[in-house]
Design a protein around this ligand. Sequence first.
Ligand code: C5P
Length: 225
Amino acid sequence: MSIVIKIAIDGPAAAGKSTIAKMTAEKLGYTYIDTGAMYRALAHKALSRNIDTTNGEELKNLLQETEIVLLPSTAGQAVIVDGIDVSEEIRSQQVTAHVSAVAIHQGVRELMVEKQRQLAEGTGVVMDGRDIGTAVLPTAELKIFMTASVEERASRRHIENDKRGITTSLDDLKAEISERDRADSEREVSPLRQATDAVLIDTTAMSIEEVANQISELAEKRMNL
Ligand code: C5P
C-alpha cells in the first residue's frame, strides 16, 4: 500500500526546480504548484499599476483583490490573473528584476502561504519555491533542496532564453541570479534556507533525467513507508 505525499522543492534561482517539479508531478499524477509564478503574478500586476514595490501594505491589499489561478499546460503552468493569461509576461526581465522586492513583505507572504496551503490541501502535490519545506509545507514527507553553481544556472537560463528568442548576456544573467539569491536569502521573513530535513541535490554536473530519477526514487521510498 502506498500513501499520497507532499513534495517540497526549494533552492536558489534558476536551479531547474520548476522543470523537475513538473516532471515529478506528471509521473506521480500529482498537482504541480509553481509558487514563484504566484509572486511573479503579483509583481506583474503591481508594476502595471505603478505600485511602489517597497509599500508592503499596498501590495498586500492588491493581492487580496487578485485572483491567481494556476492551470496545467504543456509549457509548464499557465498563470491566469483576474481571468487574463499572463504566463509570458511574468517571465519578463522587468518582473524578474522586481519580484524579490515584492516577496520581502510579511503581509504578502502570509497571504501567499495561505493560498498555497489551500492549493495543496487533500491532494498529492509537488510544490517548488524558496520556503516550501521551511514555511509552507513544513510536514511535507519529502523535501528537496536543489542547487547548482551560479555559472551553471546562468548558462542553463541563457540556453532557455535563446530558445524563447530572448537575447541576454551570460554576465548579466549571472549578476541577476546572484542578486536575486542574495535578496531571497537575506530577507527577514522566510528567507531561502535548506530545511534541516531536506535532501540536498547539487545538479551542477547532473542531467535533468538524473535529477528526476533521484527524486522519483526518494518519493517512492516515502510513499511506501
Ligand atoms: O521561482 P522563481 O524564480 O520564479 O521565483 C521568483 C521569485 O519569487 C524569487 O526570486 C523569490 O523572490 C520569490 N519567491 C519566494 N518564495 C517562494 C517562491 C518564490 O519568495 N516560495
